[in-house]
Design a protein around this ligand. Structure first.
Ligand code: SF4
Length: 462
């Protein structure tokens, strides 16, 4: 017997206030299919990850919520493979908000070193202190309450609430945006706020009410492993039967009467298939910047070189991290009308002037100012060139914090500054070997010198 489908089953909810073809949502029947197909697939294919084990097995809600929060904050802008090791070490060191709240900011920056976007570590620490000082150690459990923690946005609050506490809320991250835009054929730019709002409504509507955390993780897992940005594996996709992007054809594109704001048909290209989705608006170009770094050294009482270091301001790029002296004001690039050699000489002269002025302001007497090279580092919106100079302090200055490079590297510094230190170390070893070479050459050329060296050798032997 064939059951007659009720009209309500296939009815799509209406989206209000704007022209809409009604195809960018899921009917109740499609929602059920999506939930069941996705969860069956997830149960077979979910990657084993340490924070998932904790979310599944930990009985203490505070430890569970805290662990999921740590993983979610670390995973923002960072690959899963990179996060695993950092997560394990972090949880071992600070298993809960109580322990984390007692750490110092310097310890936080050390533990976060190399993970990038350093303000995330500081915010996590501030959040632990908030939970301890204001909530008596109880982790908030709802999206609304979690949003009150520093550095926690709607995505993180929803992920923690659903994964750790079973709250019936959806999540929208880059993976979910891609999957939803393909499944529902949403071709309007996904960075448009109305489209983002629509995606959140979709995510909240379709989340499985019994297993919200697993359903959300399944959506993200599908985006990360199957419905990938450039090479989606549609053949193996568990939800291909309801994918609008896969069903895209010439007839659906050439529908010039369609005025739906979410279809984005004018931009669709047949030959691109599912890769038409998601579409982004125009990107803001990254800007180029140059920073002058001065490795200003002085020998300590044991004869080791110590360098002047400083802590960055508490807000902005690489907040609170330690660095070698950076000199305010950009290194200038010489005008284009000069030849290459002339340009380089002019740049070095200008840069030396900028550094000299800065050191005069600090009242530091120095010598042997020399350029050692440049290193590039790309931040999310800045292509940064660090221009490295070295100089020797004539005497120790009280106003400057000094430390060896080994101590500096474990103090909590950025990946970019580590690259600068690597350049410094390689340029120092180059100059040492050059000095050794020139000494050997001088010795070979000058018999007098050879006899002096032999004298020292013979003294040493005695
Ligand atoms: Fe993504 Fe292809 Fe699956 Fe559609 S069928 S959701 S495009 S992997």
């Amino acid at each position: 017997m064939v059951l007659k489908k009720s009209k309500k089953e296939n009815e799509k909810p209406k989206v209000e206030n704007e022209p809409d073809c009604g195809r960018h949502v899921f009917s109740a029947k499609e929602t059920r299919e999506l939930q069941s197909q996705l969860l069956v697939w997830y149960d077979k294919n979910a990657r084993t990850l340490p924070w998932r084990d904790i979310a599944r097995t930990e009985v203490d809600p505070n430890t569970r919520g805290y662990s999921v929060l740590v993983s979610e904050i670390m995973l923002q802008q960072t690959q899963v493979a990179t996060v695993i090791d950092y997560f394990n070490k972090w949880i071992k060191k600070w298993p809960g908000t109580k322990e984390l709240s007692k750490a110092t900011l310097e310890q936080i920056n050390q533990a976060w070193s190399g993970l990038g976007y350093y303000s995330r570590g500081r915010r996590l620490w501030e959040g632990a202190r908030y939970v301890e000082e204001t909530l008596d150690g109880s982790m908030p459990q709802t999206r609304v309450e979690l949003l009150k923690l520093p550095g926690v946005g709607k995505y993180t609050a929803s992920a923690v609430a659903s994964i750790a506490f079973g709250a019936q809320v959806g999540v929208v991250d880059g993976n979910v945006l891609r999957v939803l835009s393909r499944l529902r054929g949403i071709g309007a730019p996904i960075d448009n706020q109305k489209v983002v709002d629509h995606m959140w409504k979709l995510a909240d509507d379709i989340v499985d009410k019994e297993r919200p955390g697993d359903f959300n993780q399944a959506m993200m897992e599908l985006g990360a492993t199957v419905c990938t940005p450039k090479a989606p594996s549609c053949v193996t996709c568990p939800v291909k039967s309801m994918c609008a992007a896969r069903a895209l054809n010439a007839a659906s594109i050439v529908d010039i009467e369609d005025t739906c704001v979410k279809c984005g048909k004018s931009e669709l290209k047949m030959e691109e298939g599912v890769l038409n989705y998601p579409r982004k608006g125009k990107k803001t170009a990254s800007r180029d910047e140059r920073t002058l770094v001065l490795a200003l050294s002085h020998p300590n009482s044991s004869g080791d070189l110590v360098y002047a270091v400083q802590q960055r301001p508490a807000s902005g790029l690489l907040a609170n991290l330690w660095e070698l002296l950076t000199v305010p004001g950009e290194g200038k690039q010489a005008a284009d009308d000069q030849d290459e050699a002339g340009k380089q000489q002019k740049e070095v002269k200008d840069e030396k002037e900028v550094i000299s002025t800065h050191l005069e302001t600090l009242k530091v007497a120095y010598s042997q100012l020399a350029k050692k090279g440049e290193v590039n580092h790309v931040f999310s919106h800045i292509n940064m060139t660090y221009v490295l100079y070295t100089a020797t302090m004539d005497k120790k200055y009280e106003g400057l914090e000094l430390m060896t490079l080994d101590n500096f590297l474990v103090k909590g510094t950025s990946t970019a500054m580590k690259k600068v230190v690597k350049l410094l170390q390689s340029s120092s070893s180059d100059s040492c070997s050059m000095k050794r070479k020139s000494l050997t050459a001088a010795t070979a050329a000058d018999p007098k010198q050879r006899s002096i060296n032999s004298f020292f050798k013979s003294v040493k032997k005695e």
